[in-house]
Design a protein around this ligand. Structure first.
Ligand code: UD1
Length: 373
């Protein structure tokens, strides 16, 4: 079985790592790792390969940034050539980024089987680019590997035949469980304060509009009067801070040298951080405030309170069984939740079914069984 495994953006790397390592165990599988180059800065890409032990990609497309149409089209044009040359039996895509959609679309039109890992998640918010990517990818995939039972229900409701849907669990958690203790040992980031709230923001709806972004910063500024905030910066967020001239809200810190970071009673900004350093900061935080999808899942397993600064989530199991709560960008709602967290009254997290470190084993096993006859 010749299989191309596709990775393009930062959250893909944690998902592709265990799948690649599992696929490499079978002599009957010829795995080819393809990196589209959607994320290209060393701190958004190379460092993740290094820390997670992902082999060097066999194929690199180097598509870079652009508008949605530009980026998707560039991946499609390049990936079609790869499929013509390599003639894979299966193309495996993960998550919901533009690279996921682009490669699934190309493979499907060339009658190559598509396996989608993290299928069936729905926010029901079509203003999110990821929701469009999820809907289209799932509708053309042949193997739909779901992380939670709600995803199976979503796919069935959309008319996807049962035999295509496989509930296997969460591959991102495979990586978290494997690296959790190693992350605890990393002490590259030293802080002058051990009590903090960790914040990540990068969704266009939160950072691409000046008043929306500033509204969040004002709320964070209020929280920081009680407990310092560590704000790890995605490149998109960094760009928007400069564009909107919002620097006055931040104490910028440099993590490139080994010095101890002088945390002030304000919003302390740095990063983006490597996987292990971020996991360590997340595990030790009083709470995490985020608009990321994956972080809602990781905090659930770490048992750390998570406030999601969005109106909806495609990962409802993190609310029903985990430590997550949707708070939107409403000041009162966020401050009320913060009070509850600070007084130690937050709900404890559980472990959703099959978030047990074995999801990638189940996936490769299903693909092997299918192709064995
Ligand atoms: C993408 C995904 C999003 C995911 C996020 C995680 C889509 C539609 N979005 O969003 O689902 O949550 O990755 O990080 O696929 N940039 C750099 N260096 C890089 C990469 C990007 O500076 O290595 C900057 C560029 O200015 C670029 C901007 O960040 O224009 C946005 O990058 P892009 O890949 O378009 O989307 P993300 O916001 O990263």
């Amino acid at each position: 079985m010749k299989m191309i495994l596709v990775a393009g953006a930062r959250p893909n790397f944690m998902k592709i790592a265990p799948l690649m390592s599992e696929a490499m165990k079978y002599p009957a599988i010829q795995p080819l790792l393809l990196h589209t180059g959607q994320h290209y800065d060393p701190e958004m890409s190379d460092i993740f390969f290094e820390q997670l032990g992902i082999p060097k990609p066999d194929i690199f497309l180097g598509v870079g940034s652009g508008s949605h149409a530009e980026q998707t089209a560039r991946v499609m044009l390049q990936f079609e050539k790869v499929c013509l040359t390599e003639k894979p039996d299966v193309v495996l895509v993960v998550g919901d980024v533009n690279s996921t959609l682009a490669c699934a679309l190309v493979a499907s039109k060339m009658n190559i089987k598509v396996a989608h890992v993290e299928a069936g998640l729905r926010s029901r918010d079509r203003t999110m680019p990821e929701e469009i990517n999820r809907l289209v990818t799932d509708s053309i995939s042949d193997f739909l590997f779901t992380p939670s039972e709600d995803a199976d229900v979503n796919l069935s409701q959309e008319g996807i035949p049962k035999e295509k849907i496989h509930f296997v669990g969460n591959v991102m958690i495979d990586t978290l469980l494997k690296f959790r203790s190693r992350a605890q040992e990393t002490n590259k980031i030293k802080l002058t304060r051990s009590d903090y709230i960790l914040v990540t923001l990068h969704r266009p709806s939160n950072v691409d509009d000046k008043s929306a972004f500033e509204n969040i910063l004002l709320i964070l500024d209020e929280i920081a009067k009680t407990i310092p905030i560590l704000f790890t910066c995605h490149p998109r967020t960094k760009k928007q801070i400069e564009l909107f001239e919002l620097q006055q809200y931040f104490n910028f810190l440099d993590t490139t040298n080994e010095a101890v970071l002088d945390i002030k009673q304000t919003i302390n900004a740095f990063g983006p951080l490597p996987y292990l350093e971020f996991l360590n900061l997340m595990g030790n935080a009083r709470a995490v405030l985020t608009d990321s999808g994956g972080i809602q899942e990781e905090t659930t397993i770490l048992g750390v309170p998570c406030l999601t600064l969005r109106e909806n989530t495609e990962r409802p199991v993190t609310i029903s069984q985990g430590t997550n709560q949707l708070v939107g960008v409403n000041r009162d709602c966020i401050l009320k939740a913060m009070q509850k967290i600070m007084s130690g009254q937050w709900k404890g997290g559980g472990q959703p079914k099959y978030w047990d470190g074995q999801a990638s084993t189940r996936i490769i096993d299903i693909l092997m069984k299918h192709y064995a006859h």
